[in-house]
Design a protein around this ligand. Structure first.
Ligand code: NDP
Length: 491
């Protein structure tokens, strides 16, 4: 929320456990975005010139500094997100991400890369030497659901590649920035090429005007604006957007395990994850048993209220999300859905909470099966044939990820291969959150651009130069002659 105090613009962030706007910060002025970008641009050539080994040392030093200050960052993050364990996971994950890239970068950015040596009639030897030239200044715009993870996930490989990083976190969850910036004091050479600009969407727009490449994580609606702005500037845009992930449960599945997988995949971070399971398709022969087990286990889960260290479900980080979830549930009930458990938004201590909610008798006419929910809601639908299940799973404009659970991976894999999504979990759900290694691309409205995951994701931040060497005599000019005999050298 923005206010003007004595002529100065201030913003506040709200603690989702109390509903109190208890964190005041000064957003960047538009001119400041440009100034920060200029500062980073000035420092970037030295960052690149010092070489990969020195950059790796700096990334490792930053990891150590974050680890040393982890409690401060976790505390700040938990005040914006209302959950503790995942705040720990995010900060520890940031440390792992730095160390992971420190280990991967030498292989991916070897400073002496050689391409193939070719022979032909015209050119006796061609030597390719590829050089990796990073974009000078990369920009990162992140959402509120995993504020630390998503501010750094792409920035770290960009830094490893030799780029400078300008980051705009969500105005809804800015608290972590202050303690995180302090950790950069221990690594001055890195501090000179990392900048944070706080503020709302206008600051995101201003960032795009300054950078050479933009990585955006957020909603489809904003992603479209980002892509348009990037296209106008002719800069690459890497977009990681929303999802409506399906899981297909075949009758051969171990239903108890499937229930646990679906609950973990759908309720983690209170469902506020792009890769949440948001549609559950169950083969009709086991549908009723599965639904009863799912409802029972979901209903037994508790809110992390009043103690942040107890319980399974945190508050809704961005309170207006409660209205979206509430409307989707209402729309489903109006059109014939049935609540098995949950279904009501609760108020505790000033915060808004959605208990785990299981809905039955849903159809694709309902918003709950078509729009991103971003809450702990699991709508369950029966299917008869595998073909029908695949058609239902693919009846969506999204394509982020999905899952298939069967009695064996041999049975699940052919089904998963027919789902139009980038990350498919086999015999479990949301496995893409557990590993950064497999490359994957988003389908449909879930995003565009190269893979964020996998070692090759660093290639998004570099341009390769091919130096093609002529080591023999250049081709004779008569190669251009139209009447030359077919046996003569071809271009
Ligand atoms: P938004 O799209 O509302 O915001 C994302 C970021 O963009 C915020 O920092 C926001 O600033 C900023 N922004 C807003 N308007 C503009 C603009 N015109 N130009 C540039 N930047 C702008 O997303 P949410 O924060 O609501 O995040 C939830 C969404 O993120 C969900 O759809 C979720 O699925 C998606 N997501 C995708 C992931 C993936 O990997 N595919 C991972 C996690 C989330 P501010 O908030 O300050 O207004």
């Amino acid at each position: 929320m923005m206010t003007v105090v004595d002529g100065a613009v201030q913003m506040t962030a709200t603690n989702p456990r109390t509903g109190q706007a208890d964190y005041v910060f000064t957003p960047a002025a538009l001119a400041e975005v440009e100034q920060t970008a200029q500062r980073l641009r000035q420092a970037q050539p030295a960052w690149l010139a010092q070489g990969l080994a020195a950059r790796i040392q700096a990334l490792l030093a930053w990891a150590d500094a974050i680890e040393a200050q982890r409690l401060d960052i976790i505390t700040a993050l938990s005040q914006d997100t209302g959950r503790w364990f995942l705040s720990e996971t995010e900060v520890d994950g940031a440390v792992r991400n730095l160390r992971r890239w420190a280990a991967l970068a030498p292989e991916m950015l070897g400073e002496d890369l050689h391409g193939p040596v070719l022979d032909s009639q015209l050119i006796s030897t061609v030597k390719y030497q590829n050089q990796a030239v990073p974009y000078g200044l990369s920009g990162f715009i992140s959402p509120w659901n995993f504020p630390v993870t998503l501010s750094l996930i792409d920035a770290v490989p960009a830094l490893a590649a030799g780029s400078a990083a300008l980051i705009k976190p969500s105005e809804i969850t800015p608290r972590f920035v202050e303690p995180l910036l302090k950790t950069l004091d221990a690594v001055p050479e890195l501090k000179s090429v990392v900048g944070f600009v706080l503020g709302d969407g206008t600051i995101g727009q201003a960032l795009i005007e300054q950078v050479d490449l933009v990585c955006f994580t957020g909603s489809v609606a904003t992603g479209r604006k980002v892509a348009e702005a990037a296209a106008r500037r002719f800069i690459p845009a890497s977009l990681e957007l929303g999802g409506k992930d399906p899981v297909i449960i075949l009758e051969t599945a171990n239903l108890d395990q499937a229930v646990d997988s679906v609950l973990r995949g759908g309720l983690s971070n209170s469902g506020q994850a792009c890769l949440s399971i948001e549609r559950v398709y169950v083969q009709r022969s086991v549908h009723d048993v599965f639904l009863a087990k799912l409802g029972e286990k979901a209903g037994a889960l508790s809110l992390n209220w009043p103690d942040i260290h107890q319980g399974n479900i945190g508050p809704l980080i961005h309170a207006p999300q409660a209205d979206i979830i509430g409307h989707q549930i209402e729309d489903a009930l109006t059109k014939g859905a049935r609540i098995i458990t949950g279904g009501e938004i609760l108020n505790h201590g000033g915060g808004r909470w959605c208990p785990p909610t299981v809905l039955a008798d849903v159809t694709h006419d309902m918003d709950i099966m078509r729009e991103e929910t971003f809450g702990p809601v699991l709508p369950v639908m029966a299917f008869d044939t595998v073909e029908e299940a695949i058609a239902l799973a693919n009846d969506t404009s999204f394509g982020l990820s999905g899952a298939v659970i069967a009695g064996s991976s041999e049975e699940a894999i052919p089904v998963a291969e027919k789902i139009n999504a980038g990350g498919l979990s086999i015999n479990d759900c949301a496995l893409t959150i557990l590993t950064y290694e497999p490359e994957k691309n988003s389908f449909g409205l879930s995003g565009m651009g190269g893979s964020r995951m996998g070692p090759a994701s660093i290639n998004r931040f570099i341009r390769r130069k091919a130096l093609i060497m002529q080591s023999g005599a250049p081709a004779p000019l008569d190669i251009l002659e139209e009447s030359r005999a077919p046996s003569r050298p071809q271009v």
